[in-house]
Design a protein around this ligand. Structure first.
Ligand code: NAP
Length: 280
């Protein structure tokens, strides 16, 4: 892969779980050297932890962290705080980003237009990762303003590979859609995983055995679906014999409106994501 991160300097604003996943992934994959990464965090103990663990430079002030990369040739400020902190952080960063500076936000809700207006740059990216990013197995949907150049887009793509796969989407609404489907996605999967494990325990398996049977079944089913390129309904039909166990189980899942419940959950999460963007 061509190195689009050569000479890039990054500053993470609010170094929590997602920022750390990105920093760890970038360093693990040797995409960038630690001396080209900085970040901010309000707590001294957290700053010390990040410095000791990764050798990066840290700041208490969000503005100082952003300024530390402002005059570098190809820098990127990555905003990684919780949505409820966004107003305050945008205020902190006002005047600290160069006019044509690249800013990437992974914060749910806050719109590109608002970030551009408050930070005074047209070069804004919105990305939506998910928790498997913590082990480099995430999927991140991202989009950007028109002003973001081809070189910056290539830089963003490579940056996001630190978290796993990346997928460019055409519109900002699709970021809200991805927030409900892939970013909230692990919640649906974990709940199904938990429910099936409990069902195994109900049958009489020990929790360890039930957990292993369920996890391997989920993992294998996903791999099988991906490798076979078959529609899930076709794969399901292959194991549904007339009058058999799958047919019985399908009848109960349909009766319990499993599909409708999942669809309603995704739609509710989408509406919440849109709402977060309209707040304050
Ligand atoms: N986690 C996910 O799976 C996921 C997926 C997609 C998108 N996101 C988005 O990613 C963002 C970060 O999520 P996260 O899970 O990494 O959250 P997180 O671990 O809470 O990280 C945010 C960090 O910012 C710190 N902070 C609080 N106030 C601050 C301030 N005024 N200035 C600078 N830093 C401040 C927090 O410190 P304290 O802990 O001391 O408050 C925390 O360490 C969120 O906006 C979320 O929407 C997360």
């Amino acid at each position: 892969m061509k190195d689009h991160l050569e000479n890039v300097h990054l500053s993470f604003i609010g170094c929590g779980v997602m920022a750390e996943s990105m920093i760890a992934g970038l360093l693990r994959q040797k995409l960038i050297a630690a001396d080209r990464i900085s970040g901010s965090h309000p707590r001294e103990s957290r700053r010390r932890e990040l410095e000791e663990r990764y050798g990066i430079r840290t700041f208490e002030s969000n503005a100082e962290a952003a300024k530390s990369v402002r005059d570098k040739p190809s820098s990127c400020v990555v905003v990684t705080v919780k949505p409820q902190r966004m107003s305050r952080v945008l205020g902190d960063l006002n005047g600290s980003v160069a006019n044509d500076g690249l800013v990437m936000s992974i914060v749910a809700g806050t719109l590109i237009e608002r970030i551009a207006k408050e930070l005074g740059t047209e070069h804004v990216v919105r990305a939506m990762p998910n928790t498997p990013s913590q082990i480099g197995a995430g999927i991140t949907a991202w989009t950007c303003s028109e002003a973001v150049t081809d070189a910056e887009r290539a830089r963003v793509r490579q940056l996001l590979t630190a978290l796993g796969k990346e997928l460019y989407v055409e519109t900002e609404n699709m970021i809200d859609m991805a927030t409900s489907l892939s970013a909230t996605g692990p919640t649906y999967i974990f709940m199904v995983m938990e429910a099936l494990t409990d069902a195994g325990v109900h049958l009489g398996f020990s929790r360890d055995i039930a957990k292993e049977l369920v996890q391997e079944t989920m993992l294998g089913s996903v791999k099988f679906a991906m490798e076979s390129h078959k529609h899930p309904a076709e794969l399901r039909n292959m194991v549904t014999s007339p009058g058999g166990t799958s047919a019985e189980a399908i009848y109960q899942m349909e009766k319990g409106t499993l599909r409708t419940v999942l669809s309603k959950a995704v739609y509710a999460a989408y509406k919440r994501a849109v709402e977060l963007g309209r707040k304050d």
